[in-house]
Design a protein around this ligand. Structure first.
Ligand code: FES
Length: 281
C-alpha cells in the first residue's frame, strides 16, 4: 500500500478544478486509456495574458488525480512563460512528495502542461511519428522520454525509470534497452570535462563563449545519438535562444529535453541564471 501525504489525499478526495472549460484558450492531452492513465488539461487566460482558470479531466489513480488537481492550482495567476518552467518535480514537491512508484503521475502533469502551452502558441500537437524511437511497446514510451526522465530526475536504476515513465512495468521486454540507456548516460556523465563556470563575475562575451562550448561539446553530441540536433540562435544576457533540429524537432518530449537537459546542463556548467527558450529559425 502506498504512503500518501495529507495533501495528496486532500487533492484526491476533493479535487480542485475538475471538469472542462468550454471556451478554453488551450488544451493539452496526454496518455491513453490503454496505458491506464490519461489527462486532458484546459487553460483560460485573462486580458493580461495570465492564466485565470485551469481545469482537468483525468483517468487514473489517486496520484494522477492529485497531480492534476494541484497542477491546476499552481497554474492560476502565472503567465504562460512562468508556467512553462513548472517541472514534474515541482508538482510532486507541491504535493509534499509522491511515492516513487507514482512519480509518473507528476510526469504526466508536466507533459499535459507542455502540450497545452504548445497549443496556446498555435503549434500543432506533437505526434509520435517515429516508431523506431519507441522503447517500451507496452506503454508507448520513447527513448527521448526515458532519457529526459533520467536526466531530469537523476535516475539510476531500471526500477526508477519504471516509476517515472512506466517503461518496463509490463512484459519487461524493454528492460535491456532501458539498461543500455542508463549505461550510456552514466558513461557520458562520468566522462564529462571539468566544470567551466567562472569564479569571477561573468561578462557577456565569456558567457557566450562558454554556452557555445558546452552546446558543441556536451549537448549536441548527446542529442545526435538520438538523431536530433540543436542550433544556438541568439544569446541576450542570460537568455539563450535555440532551435531543436532533426528528431528533437517535433518530438513529444522536446520541452523535457529543452528544460531538463539543455537548460539544466547550461545552468550547471555555465551560469545558474540561464533561461533557455526554443525559437523558430
Ligand atoms: S515493452 Fe516495456 S514493459 Fe513491455
Amino acid at each position: 500500500m502506498w504512503e500518501y501525504t495529507d495533501k495528496v489525499k486532500e487533492h484526491f478526495i476533493n479535487p480542485k478544478n475538475s471538469g472542462l472549460i468550454e471556451d478554453a484558450d488551450a488544451v493539452g492531452e496526454v496518455g491513453s486509456l490503454a496505458c491506464g492513465d490519461a489527462l486532458k488539461l484546459y487553460i483560460k487566460l485573462d486580458d493580461e495574458g495570465k492564466i485565470k482558470d485551469a481545469r482537468f479531466k483525468t483517468f487514473g489513480c489517486a496520484s494522477a488525480i492529485a497531480s492534476s488537481s494541484v497542477l491546476t492550482e499552481m497554474l492560476k495567476g502565472k503567465t504562460p512563460e512562468e508556467a512553462s518552467k513548472i517541472t514534474n518535480r515541482d508538482i510532486a514537491r507541491e504535493l509534499g512528495g509522491l511515492p516513487k512508484e507514482k512519480m509518473h503521475c507528476s510526469v504526466m502533469g508536466q507533459q499535459a502542461l507542455d502540450a497545452a502551452l504548445r497549443n496556446l502558441r498555435g503549434e500543432p500537437p506533437l505526434v509520435q511519428d517515429h516508431e523506431g524511437d519507441v522503447v517500451c511497446e507496452c506503454f508507448g514510451v520513447t527513448e527521448d522520454q526515458i532519457r529526459g526522465a533520467i536526466a531530469g530526475n537523476d535516475l539510476t536504476t531500471v526500477e526508477d525509470v519504471t516509476h517515472f515513465t512506466k517503461a518496463g512495468g509490463g512484459c519487461t521486454d524493454c528492460v535491456p534497452d532501458i539498461e543500455r540507456i542508463l549505461h550510456e548516460l552514466k558513461e557520458s556523465r562520468t566522462s564529462r570535462p571539468e566544470p567551466v563556470k567562472a569564479d569571477r563575475p561573468m561578462t557577456n562575451i565569456r558567457r557566450m563563449q562558454l554556452v557555445t562550448k558546452v552546446i558543441d561539446e556536451e549537448i549536441r553530441p548527446n542529442l545526435k545519438k538520438d538523431g536530433g540536433d540543436i542550433d544556438l540562435v541568439d544569446i541576450d544576457g542570460t537568455r539563450v535562444m535555440v532551435a531543436l533540429r532533426g528528431a528533437c524537432s517535433g518530438c513529444p518530449s522536446s520541452q523535457l529535453t529543452l528544460k531538463d537537459f539543455v537548460e539544466k546542463k547550461l545552468r550547471d556548467r555555465v551560469d545558474e541564471k540561464i533561461l533557455v527558450e526554443e525559437v523558430n529559425s
